[in-house]
Design a protein around this ligand. Structure first.
Ligand code: SF4
Ligand code: SF4
Length: 80
């Protein structure tokens, strides 16, 4: 079953420590250097396709800043 994912990073909690970036097996995370959070950090973000929704980033984040969404596409077999 094909699985795709997406994550949201909370500006309120992210402190730009990069632990999630190092942990992501798909290497789809980086820091958004174009903006700062209210606390003055460059926040993590997804910057390219490939997230599987594995949630490793969310587990490793010490500040619980990441919410993971996963979409599962069911393949329904058709009768010939
Ligand atoms: S591990 Fe958490 S706090 Fe650190 S950069 Fe990633 S989302 Fe931000
Ligand atoms: S859910 Fe998995 S693949 Fe997606 S950004 Fe987090 S660690 Fe990477």
């Amino acid at each position: 079953m094909p699985v795709t994912g997406w994550v949201e990073v909370s500006d309120l909690y992210c402190k730009g420590c990069e632990l999630c970036i190092s942990a992501c097996p798909q290497e789809v995370l980086n820091l958004d250097m174009s903006r700062l959070t209210q606390k003055g950090y460059h926040p993590a973000r997804i910057y390219k396709d490939g997230c599987t929704g594995c949630a490793i980033c969310a587990v490793i984040c010490p500040d619980a800043a990441i919410t993971v969404y996963r979409e599962v596409t069911k393949v329904i077999p058709t009768r010939a």
